[in-house]
Write a protein that binds this ligand. Structure first.
Ligand code: CA
Length: 668
């Protein structure tokens, strides 16, 4: 069923293509250089020095599976778009290139699609023709696998899996040449080719660097030969991810050493995973300058909504752990992200040649709303479409090829909240960013919102609330504006002492008011100086013994530093601090300890002496980053007492670990 429908769709596309060429013949060329600011609901400032030849691409590999599933796309006036209309809309919005992924054989032995857009050569040619007819260039992204290739998977195509390495080289060469010949013979305007996708850790089933590089030599040569024999010119790109990582340049160095001839060093750059745009520019510039390569971002994207639209949980949302969401989650935030990435690549200089947005059209087949009474039915229908037409990221049929991931967790689009179309298929204003980066928009700079803030204050003194708060501008920058806090709430918090309080505030920008809340934390006074070893001055700590000192590594509990210990002989030390001028009262002493290999009957002791009388708590180590929190409480300190706090450690050779975050608080 799936195959029959797909063939019908491809035939329809071919017919449409012929008609268009027949009636029209010439393709409209768009130019955006030197254009004037446009009216828009979003603020965009132009990227200086951008030229028409800078790649502004979109990867719409899932497009045909979406269409087969019944997804409808519209223009800015709400009119439904046919296939050529969709690609024309892209061109009008400033897009000048389409990227399409290619899997060798993304189906099981019965012909059932693995899903993910079912991107075999037939699909790539069909998308490539539509792009070409709209005047767009095509970036052919050969994964050289039968399904998704990324840092965690680089599986060999089924057919090559049992080949000798020599035979795999020949098969790769043959596959790329045949595929390129087909693109050319069908008139697809392929101007750039990626040999492999996110090949940091492998390629086509190989994980040893020498073998990967050998295949890359074969693959890049095959692409060049195919172009030459067809009288075409083509750029060859190699594609990596984690552009923030310190070993990015190692790949370029290895490629040079191995004699891999390529033109473009491309990276994925997702701002929520991959560091700052400044770091991106720096890394790409290093590669451009040291290895004489062009550089670009082959994949980027950002979310405009935290919502899921199809019943398949999304890769990134507002509550996703461990991600950095530096841009506003809005259409404006999305536009700001794309502009920032284009600017970052442009800042490399002439070697920075473009940016591609990943899957801006991968929207829900049917819109799923978990609160709607028919939610279960919609999800069921979506699942049928994902299985039948490959419009989800994977189908259940992928289990024969990728049993541990796709075969287990198959489903829909985890990217619908990062599309440049809304869930109903209407284009977002952020789609026009690809032309707005030339002209900028006429929209005034204005405040988007003023977020709630957090603020810390010490106990015992008057709470000095901040006099300004940062307001988020539509440019993505912030500006500080005046704020007035509810004084009654501040006074109440002050007299209640240590704790966490909500303080209402009203910020004011030239008469426009913004209501917000400050989470005020009044912290106890910690009478231990340099309690977390972050200060350079360590003179307050008296350390005696071996194998101990402050260090910045992954043994810390907070900040950058901890008091680390290790030695190849038995570890024995004390670390003490005299507490001067401690007010009379009752106190609590605590600290944190982690480590291992301490041997039998080690001593890890936290102690305090008050006028010579010693109080102690025992602690111990189990494993890395498994923190124990020994506490000595109920310590009565008279006026003018001599007070010393400290730790004592006696452990076996090779014992390791760290103390961090000491505290001496007045008891409640
Ligand atoms: Ca989703």
């Amino acid at each position: 069923m799936e195959k029959t429908l797909k063939k019908t769709a491809v035939l329809l596309i071919l017919t449409a293509a012929l008609m268009l060429t027949g009636c029209n013949g010439s393709v409209r060329k768009y130019s955006f250089e030197g254009s004037n600011p446009e009216d828009s609901e979003i603020y965009v400032s132009p990227v200086a020095g951008l030229t028409d030849d800078f790649f502004r691409g979109v990867d719409i590999s899932s497009y045909l599976s979406q269409i087969e599933s019944g997804v409808e796309y519209r223009d800015f006036e709400g009119n439904q778009l046919d296939e050529s209309g969709f690609f024309k809309l892209l061109a009008e919005c400033g897009v000048n290139a389409v990227r399409v992924r290619i899997w060798n054989d993304p189906k099981d032995k019965d012909g059932n699609s693995y899903g993910g857009g079912h991107n075999d050569m037939d699909t790539a040619v069909a998308i490539g023709k539509l792009a070409t007819e709209a005047g767009l260039q095509v970036l052919a992204d050969f994964h050289c696998s039968d399904f998704w290739a990324d840092p965690s998977k680089q599986k060999s195509p089924k057919e090559w899996a049992h080949y000798t390495f020599d035979n795999k080289n020949s098969a790769l060469s043959e596959f790329l040449k045949t595929s390129m010949d087909r693109f050319y013979s069908e008139g697809v305007n392929v101007t750039m080719v990626q040999v492999g996708n996110e090949i940091n850790n492998g390629f086509a089933g190989e994980t040893v660097r020498e073998r990967i590089n050998s295949l890359l030599v074969t693959g890049t040569n095959a692409v060049r030969e195919a172009a030459k024999s067809n009288g075409k010119s083509v750029s060859v790109a190699l594609h990596y991810t984690n552009p923030e990582s310190s070993n990015l340049l190692d790949y370029a160095r290895d490629l040079k050493k191995a004699g891999v001839e390529y033109d473009v060093f491309a990276v994925s750059y997702y701002p929520f995973w991959h560091g700052t745009t400044e770091r991106l520019t720096e890394q790409l510039k290093n590669i451009a300058e040291n290895y004489g390569k062009k550089v670009m971002v082959a994949e980027t994207s950002y979310l405009y909504t935290p919502d899921d639209g199809d019943g398949q949980g999304n890769s990134v949302s507002s509550d996703t752990a461990g991600v950095v969401l530096d841009y506003d989650i809005s259409v404006q935030g999305q536009a700001n992200e794309v502009r920032a990435v284009i600017n970052a690549v442009k800042n490399v200089g002439d070697a920075g040649i473009g940016v591609f947005y990943w899957e801006p059209a991968w929207i829900p087949v049917r819109v799923y709303n978990p609160d709607s009474p028919n939610a279960a039915d919609v999800l069921e229908q979506n699942k049928v479409s994902w299985e039948t037409f490959g419009s989800g990221w994977a189908s259940s049929y992928s289990k024969t090829y990728d049993p541990n991931d796709a075969g287990k967790y198959y489903g829909g689009s985890s990217w619908d909240n990062q599309a440049l179309f809304d869930f109903e298929g209407r284009p977002l204003e952020s789609l026009k960013i690809f032309r707005y980066v030339f002209s900028g928009t006429a929209k005034e700079l204005e405040i988007v919102k003023v977020d709630n803030i957090r603020y810390e204050s010490g106990i015992g003194a008057a709470v000095q609330m901040p006099s300004t708060v940062p307001a988020l501008m539509n440019s993505g920058d912030t500006k500080d504006i005046a704020v007035i806090w509810n004084s009654e709430q501040v006074n109440k918090a002050e007299s209640a002492g240590a704790g966490t309080y909500e303080i209402a505030g009203t910020a004011d920008d030239g008469g426009v008011k913004y209501e917000l809340v400050c989470i005020l934390e009044i912290k106890k006074i910690n009478y231990i100086k340099n309690y977390g070893f972050e200060d350079a001055d360590m003179s307050m700590w008296e350390i005696n013994g071996n194998g101990v000192g402050k260090e910045a590594d992954n043994n810390k509990r907070s900040g950058e530093y901890s008091l680390k210990f290790w030695d190849n002989v038995p570890v024995s030390f004390t670390a003490e601090q005299k507490i001067i001028g401690l007010p009379a009262g009752r106190y609590e002493l605590g600290a944190y300890l982690q480590g291992g290999s301490a041997g039998s009957n080690p001593i890890f002791e936290l102690y305090i002496t008050v006028n010579g009388e010693r109080f102690a708590a025992q602690s111990g180590v189990t494993s890395w980053q498994n923190w124990d929190n020994p506490v000595v409480d109920g310590i009565d300190v008279p006026e003018g007492a001599e007070v010393t706090v400290g730790v004592k450690v006696e452990a076996a050779a090779e014992a390791w670990g760290a103390w961090d975050d000491f505290y001496l608080y007045e008891a409640e």
